[in-house]
Design a protein around this ligand. Structure first.
Ligand code: SAH
Length: 487
């Protein structure tokens, strides 16, 4: 595995500064042992006018296999291992990326104690990787690097140059050139994008991979047109992690957007909802039904579980009967928008003391949810996979145990009445299921029975004689205090 970095220079800004930047002296060939083999750094040329550093990784196939086995516990992709043992010694890949980050870690961070002014300077750079496995081909290589300011040459490597008829291999010869980047930026691009092109990560993805990706991607990954592909491939298509990273990148973007833009998003969402649900938006009717039911229950301290972008919290804040309102959601993006909508940072102290937003998942019991009068789950249960519902049930009815619980969910029977909804489709792309009235009843009654609650059902929206209302609401009321139930 082989990669070269070349820069050109002038007597005032000699190319050999590359040695300082990389913390590796141009006169010496050095070897470093890494977990996958030996990494050599050498300089095929080192003049003031032009200097090239080469990183050569000699993969130790035995160490790789041993490492792979060790990581095998917990379901590591052992089947993919054979492939590494085949092409890893020759092809640049995620292993090279790891070597890059361990051998040039200071350079990647942009640290140079000897000449602190150097890392911040852009300079002419040329990176060449003679054999880069590129799933997605030369096209994808260009799509990944060009938006970052690189001029990209990606030539397919023939499978066998003696037999051109065999066609191309999945490797490309990659040359990247730019006059507009710092060396640290270049290394960070390579560190993320080499494994993305390889698309077969060699080690098990750990949760801190997300942090690493965000750190190394700072300044270029948010806003990259292929951000989604990069994130998902980098994290080996592990959706939960990808989603987390995407949300956090979105947060970075949101942090850089101003409030007027959030209002625009809001207005667009409202406009969309209204267009769908003329004349009186169902979402508004739902909130009215919830507020009415909460008032009837006499609740003062209310949880909005799966609060989304905070519309209900906002409505509840307007009523002084609700002294404490807590919005909980698993999505940081939703919470960020909610906090902007509520203008939490500009709220007077009294108002602010009534409201709280925090991130949490309803699939886990959470001590923070105990001690409230009521909990609302408005259009939330259908966003969980059915097998996760018992966990939510326990978290809310078994552990948090508020006196009143309101659950709303779409009535799938009503879908035939939505003009714009094709037959057999759910109302929202993220709905994991939608229930008939009978199904909802059966679930709610079983939950009530298991946890010592009584339950009543209320329609929300026009109650169609044939198919029922568009939204169904269950109002649970605690009948058996915990002590009694335990006894
Ligand atoms: N209650 C709001 C939002 C409904 S959309 C309303 O009525 O308009 C569903 C919300 O549930 C989303 O914001 C989603 O992020 C959240 N959600 C989905 N799964 C969750 C979980 N396991 N824990 C907490 N929130 C979840």
């Amino acid at each position: 595995m082989f990669l070269t970095i070349t820069t050109t220079g002038t007597p005032e800004r000699p190319a050999t500064d590359l040695g300082y930047l990389l913390h590796k002296h141009p006169d010496k060939a050095q070897a470093f042992s890494t977990s996958y083999g030996t990494a050599h750094v050498l300089y095929p040329e080192a003049e003031a006018g032009r200097c090239t550093a080469a990183l050569l990784l000699e993969v130790d196939a035995v160490a790789l296999v041993r490492r792979g086995k060790g990581k095998g516990r917990g379901g590591a992709p052992d089947a993919a291992l054979a492939q590494y043992v085949n092409d890893r010694p020759y092809a640049a890949s995620s292993l090279l990326a790891v070597a890059l980050s361990s051998v040039f870690s200071s350079a990647m961070k942009g640290v140079c104690h000897a000449k602190p002014e150097l890392p911040g300077q852009v300079r002419p750079l040329r990176v060449e990787v003679p054999a880069l496995p590129a799933r997605g081909g030369p096209d994808l290589v260009r799509k990944l690097f060009a938006p970052l300011g690189w001029t990209v040459t990606a030539e397919p490597v023939p499978l066998d140059s003696a037999f051109p008829a065999w066609g191309d291999s999945r490797y490309v010869r990659l040359v990247l050139e730019s006059d507009a980047l710092t060396l640290a930026e270049a290394l960070r691009h390579l560190y993320v994008l080499l494994p993305v092109l390889d698309d077969a990560k060699h080690y098990w993805v750990a949760p801190d991979e997300v942090d690493k990706l965000l750190r190394v991607g700072e300044g270029w990954l948010p806003g990259h047109p292929e951000q989604r592909l990069i994130t998902s491939r980098y994290l080996s298509r592990r959706w939960a992690l990808t989603r987390q990273a995407t949300e956090r990148l979105e947060l970075v973007r949101l942090a850089e957007t101003d409030d007027s833009e959030v209002e625009e998003i809001d207005n667009a969402v409202e406009a969309e909802t209204e267009a769908e649900e003329k004349p009186t938006p169902l979402a508004v009717q739902r909130r009215e039904a919830i507020v009415t039911a909460l008032r009837q229950s006499g609740a003062a301290r209310v949880l909005d579980l799966g609060c989304g972008q905070g519309q209900l919290v906002q409505t509840l804040l307007k009523d002084p009967a609700f002294t404490e309102i807590v919005g909980v959601d698993v999505s940081m993006r939703a919470l960020t928008i909610a906090s902007r909508r509520l203008k939490l940072d500009r709220m007077g102290e009294r108002q602010a003391s009534r409201v709280q937003l925090f991130q949490g998942s309803l699939a886990y019991t959470d001590a923070r949810l105990k001690g409230y009068d009521a909990a609302v789950l408005s259009e939330v249960v259908e966003h969980l996979d059915l097998p996760r519902l018992p966990a939510l049930e326990y978290a809310v009815f078994g552990s948090a145990r508020p006196r009143t619980v309101l659950v709303t969910t779409p009535n799938v029977e009503y879908n035939v009445r939505w003009e714009s909804l094709p037959a057999g489709h759910v109302r929202h792309g993220d709905h994991r299921f939608e229930w008939t009235r009978a199904e909802f009843r059966a679930w709610a009654e079983a939950v009530a029975e298991r946890h010592g609650y009584g339950v009543a059902f209320e329609p929300v929206g026009p109650d169609d004689p044939e198919v029922g209302p568009p939204t169904q609401m269950a109002v649970f009321t605690l009948t058996t205090p915990k002590e009694a139930k335990a006894a």
